[in-house]
Design a protein around this ligand. Structure first.
Ligand code: PRP
Length: 179
């Protein structure tokens, strides 16, 4: 893979932050008075979750779950692996899953099935990005930041072979560059 690949801007930092605050406002209303756990799916959601949770004034718990389906490639293998589990119980609590992107939907379908066996009061999903054109298994999305075209996106938590997660914006890479 080339080291000097060109990354074009898809969603600028200001637009991301505006949208995150809109989502936070809705979540704040919906979870008023409820005991809830925000579950970030690592690694991609780490920046989105950290911005989102700071804009929600309620007392909440935050935990993370490591899942991986892409490895170092750019296409889902369809095989989802838990690389690290939650550290707190979610039984009888409301769970809000926070994802950076829903692409094929395979990861979230696996996760919902897995977390449901732990008897939470409810499970809702908040994703920053959603690529409807790639869905293989539909998934109920409660909060969506942006619907995007089928582009390979990096930045604001998303990677290409573990690089570019630190970009403050969301960029895209031309397909030739990721092969
Ligand atoms: C990405 C992303 C989602 C998943 C979505 O994770 O963070 O968890 O893929 O894809 P899907 O809808 O096709 O299942 P990835 O496996 O790349 O791990 P990462 O978050 O550590 O980058």
């Amino acid at each position: 893979m080339r080291q000097d690949i060109k990354i074009s801007v898809l969603i600028e930092r200001d637009r991301i932050m505006k949208r995150v605050s809109e989502l936070a406002e809705r979540i704040t209303k919906d979870y008023q008075g409820l005991d809830f756990v925000m579950v970030g799916v690592l690694k991609g959601s780490f920046l989105f979750l950290s911005d989102l949770c700071r804009m929600i004034p309620h007392a909440m718990s935050v935990d993370f779950l490591g899942l991986s389906s892409y490895g170092a490639g750019t296409e889902s293998t369809g095989v989802v692996k838990i690389t690290s589990d939650l550290t707190i119980p979610i039984a009888d609590r409301h769970v809000l899953i926070v994802e950076d992107i829903v692409d094929t939907g395979l990861t979230l379908n696996y996760l919902i099935e897995n977390l449901s066996t732990r008897m939470p009061k409810s499970i809702r999903i908040c994703t920053l990005l959603y690529k409807p054109s790639n869905i293989i298994k539909p998934v109920p999305l409660d909060y969506v930041g942006f619907e995007i075209e089928n582009k390979f996106v990096v930045g604001y938590g998303l990677d290409l072979a573990e690089k570019h997660r630190n970009l403050s914006y969301i960029g895209y890479i031309e397909p030739e560059a990721v092969k």
